[in-house]
Design a protein around this ligand. Structure first.
Ligand code: FMN
Length: 419
């Protein structure tokens, strides 16, 4: 019987353990977690979501405070956020600091990539995305995985960069159609992606499916893409993701021709994961009924989360002057519209009380920054089977190394419990 360790991922002249830990924003897949994956010979992702805010927390910089100071007068202007722009020089600097934190500390034969959330439109989608991609390459990131809201022109934005052909560039798709569209659009840059992550409907974070996500399954999507690539004689490493919970699940994909697997949920209860420890316990304790896919993300994509996330129903005042990562090219965010609607409703009906509650959308920036939106994969309800319960009812946190090795060496659907 084979295990994951019987396979290797080849990317250029690099040979890796075929385990990639997926990006988890905002700072859930930390630098420390990505470094562990690289030290163990696989691939780890840092995330490029809300980097100025993340780097403020780690390095005591003041990007967020300075932005708020600059736009403070606009905080009460709930109708128009169009002037609340990111300073591109600062965004570049913050991204470089973030990537350098990882690359300067890297050890081992694996690699560190960055997950680039293209849906973070930041009130100037093209300009900010270009800066983020370029700065990450400048700072030595070994690969970029283009995610959520795949911008079909991304390769074109960086094709003049000296590292355009040497850094590994990958994309995340959830359908053959999305892959075909991207390849058609990027053909001009005469460069194929180095790998394609095929993310199925059981993943955490935002989903590349509609609310009918349950009608799809990863195995079928991967098989469809494999067949098309074969017919087109294209050799693109495929990396399935979403619901791969054991080493045996991973091995089944590798035996069927996948180049590697991307996993995330199991690492949410690792010491190295950025979620605060009490929230890791919420992940451990969640049952299947406690997990929901809903439409509260203002990105417009369905998102999976634990139902008791404080972000659900919170009526947070929009914090676009500090954050504003979801503002579109016209300075709009669907959360602001939902919030304004509830403010107007409260004004029209003072008897109902002043407390604003918004259920259909959430202030994603604020709540992801504060770890109040507990996004998770479908298999979160199985995390309790990967650890031991202590007398106080809490579960033992795991090292990323323990989880990584369990994926790498386990057979027969087994999960190694902590010793
Ligand atoms: C807590 C959490 C946050 C995530 N955030 C992101 C993200 O910011 N960007 C992204 O492309 N994928 C995100 N994902 C998806 C993962 O990178 C990965 O592809 C997927 O969850 C793998 O499936 P698994 O969690 O069942 O192992 C997230 C997943 C989780 C569990």
């Amino acid at each position: 019987m084979k295990c994951v360790d019987d396979f290797r991922l080849r990317l250029g002249n690099q040979e890796l353990v075929p385990i990639m830990i997926g990006g988890m924003g905002v700072d859930i897949s930390t630098v420390e977690l990505a470094l562990e994956a690289a030290r163990l010979g696989g691939i780890g992702h840092i995330s490029d979501a809300m980097v100025p805010t993340v780097i403020d927390r780690h390095l005591k910089t003041r990007y967020t405070k300075d932005k708020l100071k600059l736009y403070k007068a606009n905080v009460t202007n709930l109708a128009d956020k169009s002037e609340v722009k990111f300073h591109l020089g600062e965004l570049e600097e913050a991204t470089r600091l973030h990537v350098r934190r990882a690359m300067d500390a890297k050890q081992g034969d694996g690699m560190v990539f960055i997950n680039c959330m293209e849906k973070l439109t930041m009130n100037a989608p093209r300009e900010t995305l270009k800066v983020r991609l370029t700065a990450a390459l400048d700072a030595g990131i070994e690969g970029i995985t283009l995610a959520a809201g795949l911008h079909l022109g991304s390769f074109g934005m960086i094709e003049e960069h000296p590292r355009f052909r040497d850094a590994k560039l990958g994309i995340i798709v959830s359908s053959l159609r999305a892959l075909q569209l991207f390849l058609r659009k990027s053909a001009r840059s005469n460069r194929l992606p180095d790998y394609v992550v095929v993310e199925g409907p059981l993943a955490g974070g935002h989903l590349g499916f509609g609310m009918d996500w349950a009608e799809y399954d990863l195995f079928t999507i991967v098989a469809e893409i494999q067949a098309w690539l074969k017919a087109e004689q294209l050799d693109l490493p495929l990396i399935p993701a979403g619901g791969i919970f054991t080493g045996s699940d991973a091995t089944a994909f590798l035996e069927n021709g996948a180049a590697a697997v991307q996993v995330a949920t199991r690492f949410t209860v690792s010491h190295e994961c950025g979620l605060p420890d009490p929230i890791k316990q919420e992940y451990y304790k969640a049952d299947e009924d406690d997990i929901v896919v809903n439409g509260i993300s203002p990105t417009g994509y369905p998102m999976r989360m634990i139902k008791s996330s404080p972000a659900i129903g919170a009526g947070t005042h929009p914090n676009c002057e500090s954050f504003g990562y979801i503002l579109d090219a016209h300075g709009r965010c669907s959360y602001i519209d939902a919030y304004n609607r509830e403010v107007a409703a409260a004004a029209a009906n003072p008897a109902a009380g002043k407390k604003i509650k918004v259920y259909d959308k959430t202030c994603l920036c604020t709540h992801m920054r504060d770890f109040d939106l507990w996004t998770c994969g479908h298999t979160t309800s199985r995390l309790k089977d990967t650890s031991v319960k202590q007398e106080d009812g809490n579960y033992t946190l795991l090292s990323a190394e323990h989880i990584f090795h369990d994926y790498q060496f386990s057979k027969d659907g087994k999960i190694a419990l902590p010793g």
